[in-house]
Ligand binder design. Structure first.
Ligand code: DAH
Length: 342
């Protein structure tokens, strides 16, 4: 093999060399370009080449050196554009911090309400947000001319032939539960409701409610009062008390509105309770026998109570949020203020 063939063979080896990381690149440099590398060796050999060939062989060797150096820089370039090798990744560098999200205040309040009632045996039931007239109004004893059915309150939607509505309250779910099961019934129904209202700090076109229903033999108004007192104390603290004011709802008789003692001023009187010492939190009453019968429950054997509250209202009292719009604007500065374990 003459010198030219030998150098061609060496170039074949050099040019097919694969480097995957900086260590291998360094091995390449030492092997071919280092002070004890192959090229150095070849240049030393040049001394023993016959004089008349020295010029040609010297030129070939020089070419090989230039090509090898060029290849070395090319390989180096390629390596630095890939970050998968160990040498360029600093495993001790602190990671980028991921911001931790928080639960929405309405979800937190809903979970807390569910938790409080589940401790006294209430299950959770849900119903559709698009309801028919029967479940939202008629079965709940709303007379045909009742103003709540009005266009001003209710969003109506077409669904095939049938006119449907976005439910205006979660009381519709109690009808569905009674239609599908027999007492004893003890359930709460959290969910979203809709009303055709102009959006402001105090009103929104959608909000959230929790409905409660308890039906069994001999359920009395005293049971209702005691259940709601338990709830108020669990939610607002042991010192909380309640009072009931007579009211009217088509689906309960008698009906009442419930106030809780103002947790903000300890009933001394403040802006939030408008100096009355009391905060209104829910509506309730004994389920009207007409409502029981409409859903297939014998009103001679069974009686029960129902209650309904707004989740935004409770959240407003717990977190002192006075503008309803904040709950649905998804402003991260608002949401970041809430942290929770549930
Ligand atoms: N459905 C009523 C509302 O949306 C709230 C309510 C009041 C529910 C009294 C009840 C009840 O179950 O007994 O304003």
């Amino acid at each position: 093999m003459n010198m030219r063939e030998k150098l061609d063979k060496i170039w074949d080896d050099i040019s097919s060399y694969i480097v995957a990381n900086p260590q291998e690149l360094e091995a390449f440099r030492i092997k071919y370009l280092g002070s004890k590398g192959l090229l150095k060796e070849l240049f030393t050999e040049l001394k023993s080449v016959p004089n008349e060939q020295k010029r040609d062989v010297g030129q070939l060797l020089n070419n090989l050196r230039i090509k090898t150096e060029g290849l070395f820089h090319e390989l180096k370039e390629k390596l630095s554009s890939t970050v998968t090798d160990e040498g360029t990744v600093d495993y001790y560098r602190p990671g980028n911090e991921e911001p931790i999200g928080a639960r929405h205040p309405l979800s937190m309040v809903r979970s807390e309400i569910i938790e409080i009632f589940s401790r006294i045996g209430y299950t959770v039931s849900e119903g559709p947000e698009i309801e028919d007239d029967w479940h939202n109004f008629s079965a709940l004893n709303f007379p045909p001319e009742h103003p709540a059915r009005d266009m001003q309150d209710t969003f109506f939607v077409e669904k095939g032939e049938k006119e449907m509505a976005l439910r205006t309250h979660t009381s519709s779910v109690q009808v569905r539960v009674m239609e599908n099961s027999q007492p004893p019934i003890r359930t709460i129904s959290p969910g979203r409701v809709y009303r055709n209202e102009a959006i402001s700090a105090r009103a929104h076109c959608f909000f959230h409610q929790v409905e409660g229903l308890y039906i069994d033999k001999n359920v009395s108004f005293a049971d209702l009062k005691q259940t709601l007192l338990y709830f108020a104390k669990e939610l607002f603290g042991e010192k909380a008390t309640i009072r009931m004011r007579p009211s009217y709802f088509p689906f309960t008789e008698p009906s009442a509105e419930v106030d809780v003692s103002c947790t903000i001023c300890n009933s001394k009187g403040c802006n939030v309770c408008k100096h009355t010492g009391w905060l209104e939190i829910l509506g309730c009453g004994m389920v009207d026998p007409n409502v029981l019968e409409a859903s297939g429950i014998d009103s001679k054997t069974y009686s029960g109570f129902a209650f309904g509250m707004g989740i935004e209202r409770i959240a407003q009292l717990k977190y002192k949020v006075n503008d309803l719009r904040l709950y649905s604007e998804n402003d991260v500065r608002f949401l970041n203020q809430f942290t929770s374990e549930i």
